[in-house]
Design a protein around this ligand. Sequence first.
Ligand code: ZN
Length: 248
Amino acid sequence: MQHTPPITSALLAALSTQAGPLGARAAAGYLRDRGFDVSESTVSRLLRELDDQGLTQPLGKKGRVLTEEGRRSAANLLLDSRRSASFAKALNLRDVQDLVDHLAGRRGIEREAARAAALRAQPEEIAQLRSMMETTGSGRWQERLGFHRAIGHASHNKQIQAVTSTLFDERLDPLEHLLILIGIKQEALVRWDKEHRDIVSSISERDPDGAERLMVVHLDGMIRDTEHFANSGNAHVIHALLAEIEPA
Ligand SMILES: [Zn+2]
């Protein structure tokens, strides 16, 4: 069940916590208690859809129970929602230490992303990375985040892709604004851009060791710049800007 609507997930959760069969009226009450504005007839229709998908089956006139397949789906949806809640929690950065931890986590993932991209990137992906390096003018900060996102994608390692696509979620764009502010104040932007170009060169030259090493240098530098900025009396600036970011 991909892209399960929240109301359907909640309905499956209701059925899975139920010892016996669940009727449409009781299910509608359960959903309304959880903030869904829903009528009994809508719930009846949703339940018939679940029947059609083989996830529920009627039990006499008392209501419905989950099938074996339905129990599996309900359990998977619960795991999915726990997983996204734990990512949202991790991305809810509050102070300088959270931000430094975030960059250190990126360093661990992105060194592998850069290494894998040097081995696996398609020629058109390398061309795209190169053309990103040539873009100038305002709005460049978007390309910076896009650069890291593109390398994650070009790793062609689905484990890395799953993590990097979450780390570079567009809801975290305000975080990129904060990093750019730090880069400006620490006069590091020119250096960061050069490091991006060097990483792209290593990937183009199919040099995994070089790409990995340069990505570590790049993230190490960003961590150092962030710490210097915070330690020069600017921790409150970081805290104020982080407070404005609502990742979930
Ligand atoms: Zn960068």
